[in-house]
Design a protein around this ligand. Structure first.
Ligand code: SAM
Length: 240
């Protein structure tokens, strides 16, 4: 949706038809009711419903109740996997404070995945439910190699279950240990597809000094379990 104007007290804001229908038909709100709104930049505000048509609601902003948080959460770089677990990752990552989600194409990623627009909607709904003041950006799928070529983070926490597979998790470090060394750095958490990264991808990753192969314990986790547990540990160690 187009960027909303800067929020100020008294601003009159017209909602789009989906938002209007949601408020009037699903939430059963009407003229005079007060709601909480955010635009991802100006913090949390209360607003009163001034007009309430089925597909046309106008709000009058009353006051700012929450300031916009500064911290951006980590980037979650996740290979495309089947629809249900991918949608689950988007929703849970949003609740767990992810900064943005980069979808990845890898040699074993899943071509039959949820379309971007639907994932963006899931992120928006999860942000509203979890009362975040921003919606994490969902970036269209790119090849792993191009993601690595255009990095905007200092560290990649590479979920590397391979050594776990070989029963030797000494090759990787526990994620929590690595997180304690990352205080100021912008990090990406990298999670592979159902079939894992292949040997070439793994070698490419392990060869980089900005990549930290990490384990999430001695068992093989599904991609959604791995993404959620990594974000939970990140939030516990560095989150706000
Ligand atoms: N190689 C796995 C297998 O043999 O079933 C398939 C990959 S696993 C289902 C999906 C992704 O989750 C992996 O690519 C990895 O990024 C992450 N993952 C799973 N278990 C992990 C663990 N114990 N430690 C770190 N990452 C893990």
């Amino acid at each position: 949706s187009e960027p909303t104007p800067a929020f100020v007290a008294g601003l009159s804001l017209a909602l789009n038809s989906d938002q209007s229908r949601y408020l009037t038909s699903v939430m059963r709100k009407g003229v005079g009711d007060e709601i909480a709104i955010f635009n991802g930049r100006d913090g949390g505000w209360t607003a009163r419903i001034a007009e309430a048509g089925k597909r046309h609601v106008t709000l009058a902003l009353t006051e700012q109740t929450r300031t916009q948080g500064k911290a951006q959460g980590p980037v979650l770089a996740v290979a495309l996997i089947k629809r249900t677990p991918l949608e689950y990752i988007i929703e849970k990552a949003t609740e767990l404070g992810v900064g943005k989600i980069q979808l990845l194409i890898t040699r074993r990623s899943n071509a039959d995945h949820t379309k971007l627009e639907r994932l963006k909607l899931i992120a928006q709904e999860a942000a509203e439910q979890t009362e975040r003041l921003d919606v994490p950006e969902i970036l269209p799928p790119v090849k792993l190699e191009s993601f690595l070529a255009k990095l905007d983070v200092d560290a990649i926490l590479f979920g590397d279950e391979d050594s776990t597979h070989e029963g030797d998790i000494r090759v990787t470090r526990p994620l929590l240990d690595v997180l304690s060394t990352l205080t100021e750095k912008r990090a990406a958490i990298l999670i592979g597809p159902e079939g894992g990264f292949d040997d070439i991808e793994r070698q490419t990753l392990r060869a980089r000094d900005d990549v930290y192969p990490v384990n999430l314990g001695p068992r093989i986790l599904r991609a959604d379990t791995a993404a959620i547990s990594a974000l939970t540990l990140y939030q516990a160690a560095l989150g706000d």
